[in-house]
Design a protein around this ligand. Structure first.
Ligand code: NAD
Ligand code: UDP
Length: 310
């Protein structure tokens, strides 16, 4: 049994991670400010004596005695991280400084939920961890992209300077049940629109690509990375390399929901990356992991969830 702190534990990925780690017999502190997370996501864990829910903002110091920290706190959807960009930057930078300080004091291993956004609008395809990226430092996505890049820098500096044991997960687009209804990300938007026979809003011509990983696969990868026996401290891409055009996702979701929705096109947001696909060879070798849920199966499970809640 380990004492594990999960920041952002009431969010989409965090709630599944909380559930898994509690079920595995650990003592879990789930810390969240509920900006994009919800008590509904972890309601089934409340009352379990291995689970503790704390309302707290990671931009403020937090004290506890723990063995591991998963730092997931940060809004992940462009809509939400652009809502208050200064706060997003504070969460990424002040938040990780506070969590690294805690890890240093407790001698805990800390995993940072970084992102494929550190590659910006990538010129290298698929993206390998050695690629430094192509990020606009002053655009509307910068609060998130540069915040996460800075958090990676801080992780490495705390490791070099203070010997903190670190893990850097570069998470690529992940989807599944418990994505917030008002999240604005593509999978939840398209499923909700399709289920309500509303127009499917494709931004731009829809030829931009993403690679989508089902949340169960991501949880396996995060836990394996945290506990990897080599104590590997460098960034690791985690995601499903199955690249698809956004327009094709729209068509697939219409088909799977039997929807009458039509596809409409809206303006492509500024700095929207044209392509994204992880090279996961590091994860395969280091973690003996690769995603196992096919896009169609993951979408069916996500559609079932949204059908129930709307
Ligand atoms: P989410 O928005 O559902 O979860 C984030 C959680 O953090 C929410 O519960 C929110 O309330 C909480 N939070 C935000 N700011 C906070 C703060 N200052 N203090 C305390 N709690 C705070 O998003 P998610 O998709 O579950 O993402 C989780 C993590 O994974 C994020 O750090 C995100 O950047 C990263 N990530 C996610 C994806 C993805 O596709 N889902 C891709 C790359 C990286
Ligand atoms: N997108 C879209 N329609 C939507 C929401 C998103 O066409 O209703 C596009 C968006 O422009 C981007 C891709 O889908 O090209 C993925 O967007 P999302 O917000 O899910 O995440 P991102 O990978 O951009 O952070």
């Amino acid at each position: 049994m380990k004492r594990i702190l999960i920041t952002g534990g009431a969010g989409f990925i965090g709630s599944f991670l909380s559930e898994r780690l509690v079920n595995d017999g650990n003592d879990v502190i789930c810390l969240d400010n509920f900006f994009t997370g919800s008590k509904d996501n972890i309601r089934h864990l409340i009352g379990n004596n291995r689970f503790e829910l704390v309302r707290h903002d990671i931009t403020i110091k937090y004290y506890a005695e723990v063995d591991q920290i998963y730092n997931l706190a940060c809004p992940a959807s462009p809509l939400h991280y652009q809502y208050n960009p200064i706060k997003t930057m504070k969460t990424s930078v002040l938040g990780i400084i506070n969590m690294l300080g805690l890890a240093k004091r407790c001698k805990a291993t800390i995993l940072q939920a970084s992102t494929s956004e550190v590659y910006g609008d990538p010129k290298l395809h698929p993206q390998q961890e050695t690629y430094w990226g192509n990020v606009n430092p002053i655009g509307i996505r910068s609060c998130y992209d540069e915040g996460k890049r800075c958090s990676e820098t801080l992780m490495m500096d705390y490791n070099r300077q203070n010997n903190v044991n670190i893990r850097i997960a570069r998470i690529f687009n992940t989807y599944g049940p418990r994505m917030a209804v008002n999240d604005g990300r593509v999978i939840s938007n398209f499923i909700l629109q399709a289920l309500q026979n509303k127009p499917i809003t494709v931004y731009g011509d829809g030829t931009q690509t993403r690679s989508f990983c089902f949340v169960d696969d991501m949880i396996d990868a995060l836990i394996k990375l945290m506990n990897n026996s080599e104590n590997y401290i460098y960034p690791v891409n985690l995601g499903n390399p199955n690249e698809i055009k956004i327009i094709d996702i729209a068509k697939l979701i219409i088909e799977l929901t039997n929807s009458n929705s039509e596809i409409i096109h809206k303006e492509l947001p500024q700095d929207d990356p044209a392509q994204r696909e992880p090279d996961i060879s590091t994860a395969i070798k280091l973690l003996d992991w690769k995603p196992s849920v096919a896009l169609k199966d993951g979408l069916i499970r996500t559609i079932e969830y949204f059908t129930k809640i709307i």
